[in-house]
Design a protein around this ligand. Sequence first.
Ligand code: THU
Length: 129
Amino acid sequence: MRDTLHKLALAAAQKSHSPYSNFPVGVAILSADGKTYTGCNIENASYPEGWCAETTAISHMIMDGKGGTPHITEIAVLGLKADLCTPCGGCRQRLAEFGMPETKVHLCNQEGIVETVTLGDLLPKSFSL
Ligand code: THU
């Protein structure tokens, strides 16, 4: 599954619309029911209107659901032109909404997974209501 998530994240990054940053990002989520969802970053000429790859992938996961709260067990994050790409602060909070502290986060480059951390490592003492 690690290899599959890397391949899916790579394919997603190749769809990125990122002409302003020239920093394509791809993400692949594995949900608790065994399904995978991908996303890329989608930028806009009005810069703040763009969004991250994690957000696109979460949107696909939610829209494929039947309501209720899906659960992320693993996620691969890949920067097409980067040695390593870590989720931004906002995306850590978005992932925390659907993940657990044990959720695996695979940090990837084009060649493969460079490092695997957990969501708890990335966002300790996360906010929740
Ligand atoms: N980006 C993501 O897609 N995910 C992250 O977690 C980090 C940043 C995107 C946003 C923007 O399109 C580009 O990377 C440069 O910041």
